[in-house]
Design a protein around this ligand. Structure first.
Ligand code: NI
Length: 193
């Protein structure tokens, strides 16, 4: 991708070296599927289907070494995501989330997306957020998050609104990271969300 050009659109194609990575984890919807651009619907009942969806998404996210995964990324246009920012909180589920306050700024580390394997770029996000939503049983929860956890939550909420990280990234920083197919964090330090 020529750096410094206009922001990419959904028709961007990965370089040949990354085609294999794009075919990996086929259960994750990739860029170009319209579901990634839809505004997802709220969830109103904690049905068994929702529990099954959460279980399925957990397996998929772990297999892909992701920090977060939103339901639209598995083709389900509902306002639900899971994440695990690698802290002691472990895996968390958030349903119908909304950011009620946001403060500060952060720019590191670069972001990537499981739906756009290999693409990375710098996205400015709020550094501290308060999020209200519901857990897997539809009990109300409030989460105060900072730094990496706050970044992941903002990335995933964007997915529920049909927004992808490159829409917000500094276009001059967007680059294809060859080696991303190795699931090797040193080859591809960008977050997988
Ligand atoms: Ni993503």
């Amino acid at each position: 991708m020529p750096q410094g050009g206009p922001p990419p659109d959904d028709s961007i194609q990965p370089p040949p070296e990354l085609l294999e990575a794009w075919l990996c984890h086929p259960e994750i919807v990739k860029l170009g599927d319209p579901v990634l651009r839809q505004v997802a619907r709220p969830i109103t009942l904690a049905t068994q289907e929702i529990q099954d969806l959460i279980a399925r998404m957990t397996v998929i996210m772990r297999a892909a070494h992701g920090l977060g995964l939103a339901a639209p990324q598995v083709g389900v246009s509902l306002r639900l995501f899971i994440y695990d920012a690698g802290d002691k909180k472990g895996l968390r589920v958030l349903i119908n989330p909304r950011i009620v306050s946001a403060r500060g700024e952060q720019t590191d580390p670069p972001e990537g997306c499981l739906s756009i394997p290999g693409l990375q770029g710098v996205v400015t996000r709020a550094n501290q957020i308060r999020v209200k939503g519901y857990d897997a049983r539809l009990k109300p929860v409030t989460i105060n998050a900072t730094e990496l956890e706050a970044r992941v939550i903002q990335h995933e909420i964007d997915h529920l609104d049909g927004i992808l990280f490159f829409d917000r990234a500094d276009p001059e920083t967007l680059v294809w990271a060859i080696g991303a197919e190795d699931d090797d964090d040193e080859a591809n330090p960008a977050l997988k969300e």
